[in-house]
Design a protein around this ligand. Structure first.
Ligand code: PLP
Length: 372
């Protein structure tokens, strides 16, 4: 008897259920597009669509009207290109490493050029192929991460032949503090973007991530690149989260027990019960993307009841204090909520001392994934 390991684990026996609501994703896309109109809304599907499965998410976004997609690396783009219809553009935000140009061009994938070196490599590829090749040009407006510096931008202005053979789709930059509406960095970056763009009259500007979409419309320009807001994360700290949740995570109980006062729970014995305590061990840990920082801080929910995580989160399991529930309410195989109606993605991120992005992109591969 052989087991087909390519088959995903059945929902009934998987340690957890990750439910991804593609209808909510599409509604989030349309809500952002409506807020942005007449600015176009692209979508960032890097890191496997923030952990949710780019091969399912990208086609759903296309069906919702998206025609411009962004990933971080060429490898991600190569996996996705066949799944996104030819009417759509697919950009590589990090640009290309030397030697990858032909592969990128042949696959109809468009690089973001972030340095003069990348510009030169792409121009050489265009020359080698005897045709012009599309690219986006990114400028560093104050994040010091990716993009042409002031000097590099000036070099392109001084010698436009450096761009020979390159068909510029748009110019772009990235906001560092878009989720902080009061940060003066936002206006400074927009002003810098407009200064860079002045050298390319008539070309579109692509600027805002999720947070930027919730700054004033001056930040919208021609094309936006939301990521986290599509997936239900809060785009900005300035207001409550206007996005619809896309992810639900429930994990299974693998054991329950009652321990006396003074019992130590988990690695290091960090938690000591104060009185007789009912405990449940559940089948997910830090290898499944539940950060160790949730130890003695986070919680699961059953119905409306909060079940605190007690002791350290271990690799494949963690322990909950379920004393607040009636005896027998949880048993082997019961599901408790980690992300859902009682505890949002943002709540879990806050308890773990991190951001929703990190929770989503860390969600492990051991859950049964159901797309609705
Ligand atoms: C990740 C990323 C985005 C998306 O940002 P969100 O905050 O998730 O909306 C947009 N642009 C660039 C350059 C990025 O790296």
């Amino acid at each position: 008897m052989y087991v087909d390991v390519s088959e995903p684990q059945a929902a009934e026996t998987a340690p957890g259920l990750l439910t991804i609501n593609l209808s909510a994703l599409a509604r989030n896309y349309r809500a952002l597009a409506a807020r942005l109109a007449p600015t176009a809304a692209g979508a960032v599907v890097k890191a496997d669509a923030y952990g949710l499965g780019a091969t399912r998410v990208a086609p759903a976004l296309h069906a919702a009207g998206c025609r411009t997609f962004f990933v971080a690396h060429l490898g991600e783009a190569l996996k996705l290109r066949r799944l996104i219809p030819d009417d759509s553009r697919l950009f590589v935000l990090n640009g290309l490493l030397p030697g990858a140009e032909a592969l990128c061009a042949d696959a109809d994938i468009i690089p973001v050029l972030n340095s003069l070196e990348q510009v030169a490599n792409w121009a050489a590829a265009a020359q080698a192929q005897g045709r012009s090749l599309p690219a986006a040009l990114q400028f560093d407006t104050g994040m010091s991460r990716l993009g042409l510096s002031d000097d590099e931008a000036q070099a392109l202005v001084d010698d436009p032949s450096l761009l020979r053979g390159i068909d510029i789709a748009f110019v772009m930059s990235h906001l560092a503090s878009a989720d902080e509406p009061d940060s003066p960095q936002n206006a400074a970056q927009l002003a810098a973007m407009r200064r860079f763009a002045a050298a390319y009259p008539g070309l579109d500007i692509c600027f805002s991530n999720s947070g930027g979409i919730f700054l004033d419309a001056g930040y919208h320009v021609a094309l936006a690149r939301p990521g986290i807001a599509l997936y239900g994360g809060a785009p900005t700290g300035g207001i409550g989260n206007p996005m619809e949740p896309v992810v639900r995570l429930d994990v299974r109980v693998t054991q329950t027990r009652t321990v006396p006062a003074g019992a130590r729970v988990g690695y290091g014995g960090t938690y000591v019960t104060k009185g007789e305590t009912r405990l449940a061990t559940v089948a997910a840990g830090y290898a499944d993307g539940l950060p160790r920082h949730l130890s003695d801080r986070g919680a699961a929910y059953f119905g409306g009841t909060r079940l605190p995580i007690v002791g350290r989160v271990s690799m494949d399991a963690m322990t909950l204090d379920i004393s607040a529930l009636p005896e027998g309410a949880l048993k082997l195989g019961s599901l408790v909520e980690i992300i859902g109606p009682h505890q949002s993605l943002e709540d879990v991120a806050a308890a773990a001392g991190t951001i929703a992005y990190e929770i989503l992109t860390s969600l492990g591969q051991r859950y049964h994934r159901a797309y609705r």
